[in-house]
Design a protein around this ligand. Sequence first.
Ligand SMILES: [Zn+2]
Length: 123
Amino acid sequence: MSIIKSIFNLKCPRCRKGNLFEVNNPYRIKKLNVMNDNCSVCQQKFVIEPGFYLGAAYVSYALQVLVMVITYLTLSSFTNFSVNWIISSIAIIVLLVAPYFIVLSRSFWISFFVSFDSNFKNN
Ligand SMILES: [Zn+2]
């Protein structure tokens, strides 16, 4: 599994097999941010230090802004929507993608600090 596929599938960055989150579906809102303490396959700790995932908020913010800009440019270029409709559309789209972006940004963040180890069983 490639690093990109591992990030998007919310897998452990070290072994790329174990799940980062207790429930892998971010749209089950009650369990949205509940991470496993350790990887079930390689035992990698997922909360490396207190406040580790604060930086993931910036990743999530950047993704949200990117979606807003792309949506705005697409709707203003290819449709005759009024500004109110464009803003409403952006708000709906951002709300729909927000849960996935929250978990995706955490997955991206830990992958930035923990590298892949194909020999994880012996290390
Ligand atoms: Zn693992």
